[in-house]
Every structure is written in structure tokens, then in C-alpha cells.
Design a binder for this molecule. Structure first.
Ligand code: HEC
Ligand code: HEC
Ligand code: HEC
Ligand code: HEC
Ligand code: HEC
Ligand code: HEC
Ligand code: HEC
Ligand code: HEC
Length: 439
């Protein structure tokens, strides 16, 4: 009878298993160290560019991307169906065509969700919006250089290429709504500067403040003077800006919100992170007459303001009670009604009467002093009063807001009154620095 020693057979089995392990792990090593096509090319990029632009190389080297194996060529490679993006001059350095412009379409290969949300946002579509509504641009009130160095740096340019080389005046540019040669909209580097592409950076208010500041939308200044901003400035450098477990949690990681917390980051399980900053808003505060976002005809939001308000409310509830939050929003709604009814609508009615009587010219905006007064009433003081209230900044709500709004209102009404009585208008026949045929 054949006797099978159980001990011997298990030894054989173990031996076979060990041999198998060695073979598999050896193979794995070969596979895992075999460089991808992109990695081999990227090494060449690095050889030159590490010396040429050490800043770029080190930013990339310290980034999450370098750590995850995302290299130069993956982002700068020219897609086969967009060969016009190829920077021809660069072929003298390396045969593979590269693109100087890297658009959200490239990022979308690996971050499709962020890119899809971003592309429908007001950020991405701002060029279309401002051309539709802004009288400065529509009527050529300012010239090309004033636009390139001002408006377009924040809003974005229409990027043009000649033999793949970006045309001066259209690039460099990292405006939120830049139009790219591949048809995509926006620039992810507005908030995640290259080549570190960091989540920590975008979570800090400074990332937003480069554009969200100044007399007409002082969100950064508002934040800085709010209790939230004060706490951030006092102790923000000890907060955990990128926890290991991937969740960024109120209380545990930070104890006062930044812009990102209220407008972008996720809140618990119910309010998801979003790259569309129109979410969570219930008002269109920058508009002359405050309306809800879905009523903003140049770019109507596909949102229900009550639902968005409840999402913003969930942000507050992480650190505040229901009553604290509700009372804050009641103050905001009352301030908006006060602005609309006490200041904006009466001023608008008087302006309309002056146009009807022919005391102001309808052809060009900004050729009458009263037009400047009215513009600043809603565009500067009127916005500051509303935005200061929305984001808990009493100095902006009152001294830079309703106080100056009141003063402007009285000045405007006094001048309108004298114009009605005397019929003498202060209009200008020429405006300096006016846009003409592209110069
Ligand atoms: C042999 C050296 C060399 C190699 C290899 C090389 N480059 Fe360059 N690259 C240069 C030089 C020099 C410039 C600046 C002068 C110019 O624009 O031609 C440049 C410019 C650039 C620019 C900027 C274009 C502009 O003017 O704004 C980008 C982007 C770029 N390289 C990316 C890459 C990538 C990605 C790779 C790898 C696929 C790569 N380079 C490989 C030398 C090199
Ligand atoms: C995750 C994508 C990504 C990776 C990886 C990447 N880049 Fe870039 N790079 C960009 C973006 C985005 C820009 C900004 C271009 C724009 O505004 O259109 C840029 C710009 C540049 C520029 C022009 C910037 C300037 O200031 O003149 C150079 C040169 C460049 N990259 C080289 C490199 C090199 C070399 C590497 C590898 C060490 C690399 N890039 C890796 C996305 C990337
Ligand atoms: C080839 C794929 C690939 C491309 C292309 C790519 N990324 Fe990434 N990205 C990754 C991977 C992988 C990670 C790491 C994910 C992780 O750690 O969870 C990452 C992480 C990030 C992060 C988080 C960084 C942090 O601090 O944790 C940001 C922001 C980011 N990418 C932005 C971009 C932008 C902007 C572009 C386009 C200019 C881009 N990525 C292009 C693959 C890519
Ligand atoms: C410092 C950056 C910056 C500059 C410069 C700038 N803007 Fe803006 N602009 C913004 C920001 C930020 C907003 C959003 C304000 C808000 O939503 O509260 C905005 C809003 C607007 C809006 C309102 C959009 C809407 O949805 O109602 C228009 C129109 C506009 N800007 C046009 C211009 C024009 C035209 C110029 C140049 C003459 C210009 N901007 C210069 C940053 C800037
Ligand atoms: C208006 C500023 C802004 C712009 C522009 C922007 N992002 Fe972000 N992004 C953020 C903020 C803030 C966060 C961090 C959210 C959080 O707290 O989780 C973030 C997070 C990310 C992450 C990390 C996601 C994760 O779950 O770890 C990726 C990837 C990313 N962004 C990609 C992109 C891409 C791609 C674009 C361009 C289409 C882009 N971002 C444009 C503000 C921005
Ligand atoms: C490069 C400039 C720039 C940066 C950086 C930027 N924004 Fe904006 N943002 C704009 C402009 C321009 C608009 C106006 C778009 C429009 O209405 O046409 C805007 C509009 C907004 C709006 C109003 C959306 C609406 O529906 O009315 C919010 C909210 C916002 N940004 C939040 C943020 C936050 C939060 C950050 C930082 C994480 C940020 N932005 C970074 C330029 C910028
Ligand atoms: C405590 C939460 C909170 C913080 C922090 C915060 N915001 Fe807001 N933000 C709000 C609320 C609430 C509103 C009004 C929402 C609404 O429409 O109901 C608002 C409105 C806005 C708007 C829209 C204005 C418009 O024209 O309709 C912009 C733009 C904005 N915030 C940008 C920022 C920026 C940039 C920062 C940081 C510098 C910031 N916010 C910080 C809560 C916050
Ligand atoms: C991460 C926690 C956190 C979040 C989220 C948060 N807050 Fe606060 N908030 C605080 C802290 C802490 C204070 C300081 C309280 C104190 O003075 O003791 C504060 C103060 C305030 C104040 C008092 C301001 C003053 O100057 O008197 C108001 C109002 C307020 N928050 C409203 C809100 C609203 C509305 C939201 C949501 C849109 C919100 N907060 C989101 C932590 C938070």
C-alpha cells in the first residue's frame, strides 16, 4: 500500500509555493521597474530643464504628482488630434512635440470630475459673461493694454498660438476663465499654482484673495477682518492642511473656516466637494439689483437657491448652532432688501427719468458724471455693504458699505435734482485710453 507521509508532502508543497513566490516577485520587479514611454522621455526633459529652470524642476519634484509618477511629458505631450498645439521651435531640443499651454483638458485625463464641475462654473465661463454685461468692455471704454494687465489677468484671455508659440498679450495668463486653443475653458493653475499643484495652497484664503479683493469685491479684506479670518491669522499655521486620512475636518484639522471650507470643500457626508463655486449661493450679490442665481439672465444658474442655502447652512452647523446660523442669514436677507429698496431702486428710477427726458445720453456709458456716480453706487459701495454682511465683516458692511452708499446716494440725488432744474449736464466729449481697432 502506498503510504503518503503527510509531513513530506506538506514540505514539498511549501517548497513549490516558495519557488512560485520567487518567480512572481521577480517578474513583478521587472514589470514595475520597466519605465513607461512617458517616463523615459520625461527624463530628457528633466536633464535640460533642471538646469534651465531649477524652480520648475524642484516644484515638480516636491509635488504629489512626482510622488505619484506623473511626469513632465504626461502634461506637456501634444494630443494627436491637436497637433496645432505643438511648439515648433522646441523641436530643436527634442523630437517629441510639446505644448507650452497645458489646459484643463489635459488634467481631465486623470481628474475628470473636477474638470467637469469646473467647466460649467462661472469661473470657467467668465469671458462669455463679462462680454455680455460689462459696459466698459462692450463700448470700448478702456484700451487693450488696460484690459490685458487688468481685467484679463483675473478673468482670463483668449490664448492664441503662432506655430505653437503663445502670442504676447494672450499668454502668460492664469485667469479663471481663460479660453484655451483646444477649446477648453479656464486654468487650473488659478488656485493650484504649477508645478506644485497643491491642495494645501488652494485651501488657504490667499489662493482666492489674489482676485477676490479691491474696491468692488473685497472678499479677502472682508475675510481678514471677520472673526473667522482673525482666528485663521492667529493660529492657521498650526492647522493640519492635508490630513493623512484624506478627510479635512472642522474642529479636528481647523477651527475656523477659510474661503474653501465655505465654498468648495466637502462637509460631512452630505455636502460634497465642488469645483463649481456657484453652488451654495442663494444671492447674486455682484449684480446691480440683487437677485437669485437662477434669475441672472446672462448666465442663469441651474440651481434652486433654497437648496443651496441649506448646503451653505450645513457648513456653519459644523461649528455653530441652528439659531446662530439662521439669525445670520436673516441679517443677510434684511441687508439685501435694504440695499435693493432703500438705495438701488430709487436711484435707478431717477436715472431712468433723466434718460427719458434726454438729460443723459443713452449712446455711450461713462460720458456723464452721473453715470460714474451710479456705477460706483452699485458696483463699489453697494456690493461692499452686501458682501460685508454676507461674510461677517462689520467694517465693510457699515463704514465701507452702507455709510458710503448713503453718501453716494445723496450726492447722486442732489446732482440729479439740479440737472432736472437747470438742464445742464456735465458730459465729456472724449474719454482717455479708449479702445479703438485693437490699439
Ligand atoms: C535639450 C534640452 C531640452 C530638452 C530635452 C527639453 N527641453 Fe524644453 N526647452 C529647452 C529650452 C532651451 C527652452 C527655452 C527656449 C525655447 O523656448 O526654445 C525650452 C522650453 C520649454 C518650454 C517652454 C516654452 C516657452 O517658451 O514658453 C516647455 C513647456 C518645455 N520646454 C517643456 C519641455 C518638455 C515637457 C520636455 C520633454 C518632453 C522638454 N522641454 C525637453 C530645452 C529642452
Ligand atoms: C500636472 C501637469 C504638469 C506636469 C507634470 C508638468 N507640467 Fe509644466 N506646466 C503645466 C502647466 C499647467 C503649466 C502652465 C501652462 C499654461 O499656463 O498654459 C506648465 C508650464 C510649464 C513651463 C512654462 C512655464 C513658464 O513659467 O515659463 C515649462 C518650461 C514647463 N511647464 C516645464 C515642465 C517640466 C520640465 C516638467 C517636468 C519636470 C513639467 N513641466 C511638468 C503642467 C505640468
Ligand atoms: C497622468 C495623470 C494626471 C494628470 C495628467 C494630472 N494629474 Fe493631478 N494627480 C494625479 C495623481 C495620481 C494624483 C495623486 C492622487 C492622490 O494622491 O490621491 C494627483 C493629485 C493632484 C492634486 C492634489 C495634490 C495634493 O496636494 O494632494 C491636484 C490639485 C492635482 N492633481 C491637480 C492637477 C492639475 C491641475 C492637472 C493639470 C494641469 C493635473 N493634476 C494633471 C494624476 C494626474
Ligand atoms: C483683481 C482681479 C479682477 C480684475 C482686475 C477685474 N475683475 Fe472683474 N471680477 C473679479 C472677481 C473676483 C469678480 C467676482 C465678484 C463676485 O462674484 O463677487 C468679478 C466680477 C466681474 C463681473 C461680474 C460678473 C457677473 O457674474 O455678474 C464683470 C462684468 C467683471 N468682473 C468685468 C471686469 C472688467 C471688464 C474688468 C476690467 C475693466 C475687470 N472685471 C477687472 C476680478 C477682477
Ligand atoms: C477656484 C480655485 C480652484 C480652481 C480654479 C481649481 N481648484 Fe482644484 N481644488 C480647489 C480647492 C479649494 C480644493 C480643496 C478642496 C478640499 O478641501 O477638499 C481643490 C482640490 C482639488 C483636487 C484634490 C481632490 C481630492 O479629492 O483630493 C484636485 C485633483 C483638483 N482640485 C484638481 C483641479 C483641476 C483639474 C482644476 C482645473 C479644472 C482645478 N482643480 C481648479 C480649488 C480650485
Ligand atoms: C484668478 C482669479 C480668481 C481666483 C484665484 C479665484 N477666483 Fe473666484 N471668481 C473670479 C472671477 C473673475 C469671478 C467672476 C466670474 C463671473 O461672474 O463672471 C469669480 C467668482 C467667484 C464666485 C461667485 C460665483 C457666482 O456664482 O456668483 C465665488 C463664490 C468664487 N469666485 C469663489 C472663489 C474661491 C473660494 C476661490 C479660492 C479657492 C476663488 N474664487 C479663486 C476670479 C477668481
Ligand atoms: C463662513 C463662511 C464663508 C467664508 C469663510 C467665506 N465666504 Fe464667501 N460667502 C459666504 C456666504 C454665506 C455668502 C453669501 C451666500 C449667498 O449667496 O447666500 C458668500 C458669498 C461669496 C461670494 C459671492 C458674491 C456674489 O457676488 O454673489 C463670493 C465671490 C465669495 N463669497 C468669495 C469668498 C472668498 C474669496 C472668501 C475668502 C477670502 C470667502 N468667500 C470666505 C460664506 C463664506
Ligand atoms: C470650522 C468652524 C466654523 C465654521 C464652519 C463656521 N464658523 Fe462661524 N465662527 C467660528 C468660530 C470659532 C467663531 C468665533 C466665536 C467666538 O467669538 O467665540 C465664529 C464666529 C462667527 C460669527 C460671529 C462674528 C462676530 O464677529 O461676532 C458669526 C456671525 C459666524 N461665525 C457665522 C458663521 C456662518 C454663517 C457660518 C457658515 C456660513 C460659519 N460661521 C461657519 C467657527 C466656524
Amino acid at each position: 500500500m502506498f503510504y503518503k507521509n503527510p509531513k513530506t508532502s506538506s514540505k514539498v508543497l511549501i517548497l513549490v509555493f516558495l519557488i512560485f513566490l520567487c518567480v512572481v516577485s521577480g517578474l513583478w520587479k521587472v514589470v514595475s521597474t520597466r519605465k513607461t514611454h512617458e517616463a523615459i522621455i520625461s527624463e530628457q526633459c528633466i536633464q535640460c530643464h533642471q538646469k534651465l529652470n531649477p524652480g520648475i524642476y524642484h516644484d515638480w519634484k516636491n509635488s504629489t504628482h512626482a510622488n505619484a509618477g506623473v511626469q513632465c511629458y504626461q502634461c506637456h505631450q501634444v494630443p494627436e488630434n491637436h497637433l496645432q498645439l505643438a511648439f515648433k521651435e522646441h523641436n530643436k531640443h527634442i523630437q517629441q512635440p510639446i505644448s507650452a499651454v497645458v489646459s484643463p483638458k489635459k488634467c481631465a485625463n486623470c481628474h475628470p470630475k473636477e474638470c467637469a464641475e469646473y467647466s460649467k462654473s462661472k469661473h470657467a465661463n467668465t469671458i462669455e459673461i463679462i462680454w455680455k454685461i460689462d459696459t466698459w468692455l462692450q463700448q470700448g471704454m478702456n484700451n487693450e493694454i488696460e484690459r490685458v494687465t487688468g481685467c484679463f489677468t483675473c478673468h482670463g484671455t483668449v490664448v492664441e498660438l503662432k506655430d505653437g508659440k503663445p502670442v504676447q498679450g494672450t499668454w502668460p495668463n492664469v485667469g479663471v476663465g481663460r479660453k484655451n486653443p483646444d477649446g477648453s475653458l479656464g486654468s487650473c493653475t488659478s488656485c493650484h499654482t504649477r508645478h506644485i499643484f497643491s491642495i494645501k495652497e488652494a485651501r488657504k484664503p490667499e489662493a482666492c484673495g489674489q482676485c477676490h479683493l479691491g474696491p468692488d469685491h473685497p472678499q479677502l479684506e472682508i475675510y481678514n477682518e471677520s472673526k473667522h479670518g482673525t482666528i485663521y491669522h492667529t493660529e492657521g499655521n498650526s492647522w493640519n492642511w492635508k490630513p493623512e486620512d484624506g478627510n479635512w475636518m472642522a474642529g479636528r484639522d481647523f477651527r475656523a473656516p477659510t474661503c474653501a471650507v465655505c465654498h468648495i470643500s466637502s462637509v460631512g457626508l452630505f455636502v460634497l466637494k465642488t469645483h463649481d463655486v456657484t453652488e451654495r449661493l442663494s444671492w447674486e450679490i455682484q449684480a446691480p439689483l440683487t437677485i437669485h442665481p437662477n434669475e441672472f439672465t446672462p448666465f442663469p444658474a441651474q440651481t434652486d437657491w433654497k437648496h443651496e442655502r441649506s448646503k451653505m447652512g450645513m457648513v456653519c452647523l459644523q461649528c455653530h448652532s441652528e439659531t446662530w446660523k439662521n439669525n445670520h442669514f436673516s441679517n443677510l436677507d434684511a441687508a439685501i432688501q435694504n440695499y435693493n429698496e432703500t438705495y438701488y431702486q430709487p436711484a435707478k428710477t431717477v436715472m431712468d427719468q433723466l434718460y427719458d427726458k434726454g438729460l443723459l445720453s443713452k449712446e455711450i456709458y461713462f460720458d456723464d458724471t452721473l453715470e460714474w456716480e451710479f456705477y460706483e453706487l452699485w458696483h463699489h459701495e453697494g456690493r461692499r455693504a452686501r458682501m460685508g454682511t454676507a461674510m461677517m465683516a462689520p467694517d465693510y458692511a457699515w463704514w465701507h458699505g452702507f455709510y458710503e452708499l448713503k453718501k453716494r446716494f445723496i450726492q447722486l440725488m442732489t446732482q440729479a435734482d439740479s440737472l432736472q432744474r437747470n438742464g445742464k449736464n456735465n458730459s465729456f466729449s472724449t474719454i482717455p485710453g479708449k479702445y479703438k481697432n485693437g490699439n
